[in-house]
Design a protein around this ligand. Structure first.
Ligand SMILES: O=C(O)CCC(=O)C(=O)O
Ligand SMILES: [Fe+2]
Length: 263
């Protein structure tokens, strides 16, 4: 455990985002960002879509949408990412969140309003829109290895991001003592080549080779968390219930460049 207290902001604001980008802040934690009615309506459709999905990197969780992490691992997935991104974004927006609105769409318009040069969906190297977000579902027994999400990817070739912020909206979390916390280590990895050398063959780092996480954060249903994706992070193994979260990333360049969202 770190001696240092986790530095968190309770609201999404320009100052909080720049705090995360500069490293003065560790977390933005907005409670109840997605109201209960949203998941009540969308949950059954999301669960069906999760059951129909295929995720190639790990059996630990299901994932709606080919993520950029998956796309970085093979040519086939990279092609699928480019071909399907826009349609998956539409499916999530128009089918899964029909009638209630997607929390990530709301986030996108909020960011567009608060960031000086706006926010938009990133473009892939091929010119079309990237996938805006994925939806992941963990069931009892699932976890996520400690990892970082690397700043840049050939697929989003036109950007040189200086920071990549990880965004999660938790639609459903396990009950008390059921695991599924977000684990954060007091380690920010800037040398991505060194990280690649230590990486497991599937994804992430060996948990056994790290000290215990410095902080574990237990989001509530509907909460929004944003953190620096180059900070080592993982998901604690679930022992009960399920954990359903929408995830995307904010690609940051300078203050003079718009935020680019992708998943
Ligand atoms: O689901 C979570 O809490 C973290 C997922 C994650 O690794 C990320 O958002 O980069
Ligand atoms: Fe991550």
């Amino acid at each position: 455990m770190s001696e240092r207290q986790l530095r968190a902001a309770a609201d999404l604001s320009y100052d909080a985002l720049t705090g995360l980008i500069k490293g003065d802040l560790d977390l933005i934690w907005c409670r109840g960002y997605s109201p209960p009615g949203v998941y009540e309506a969308a949950g059954p459709r999301i669960e069906t879509a999760c059951d129909a999905s295929t995720y190639t990197l790990t059996p630990d969780f299901q994932c709606v949408g080919v993520s950029i992490g998956e796309a970085n691992e093979s040519l086939e997935k990279a092609e699928q990412y480019v071909a399907e991104g826009a349609a998956t974004t539409r499916f999530i927006r128009e089918s899964l969140f029909a009638g209630v609105g997607s929390p990530v769409d709301r986030l996108l318009s909020q960011l567009d309003a608060l960031w000086p040069t706006g926010a938009e969906v990133a473009l892939t190297r091929a010119g079309g829109p990237a996938l805006l977000n994925v939806i992941r579902r963990w069931r009892s027994g699932g976890q996520a290895n400690p990892h970082i999400d690397q700043r840049n990817s050939d697929i989003l070739g036109g950007y040189a991001f200086t920071r990549r912020l990880g965004v999660n909206v938790y639609l459903e979390v396990p009950p008390e003592n059921g695991g599924g916390e977000l684990e954060l280590w007091d380690t920010v990895v800037d040398d991505e080549l060194e990280y690649l050398e230590q990486r497991r063959h599937d994804y992430g780092l060996d948990r056994e080779r790290l000290a215990a996480p410095d902080w574990t954060v237990r989001p509530g249903n509907g909460d929004l968390l944003i953190f620096d994706a180059s900070r080592v992070h993982g998901v604690r193994r679930l022992t009960k219930g399920q954990r359903v979260a929408m995830a995307c990333f904010l690609g940051v360049r300078g203050a003079d460049d718009s935020l680019a969202l992708f998943a």
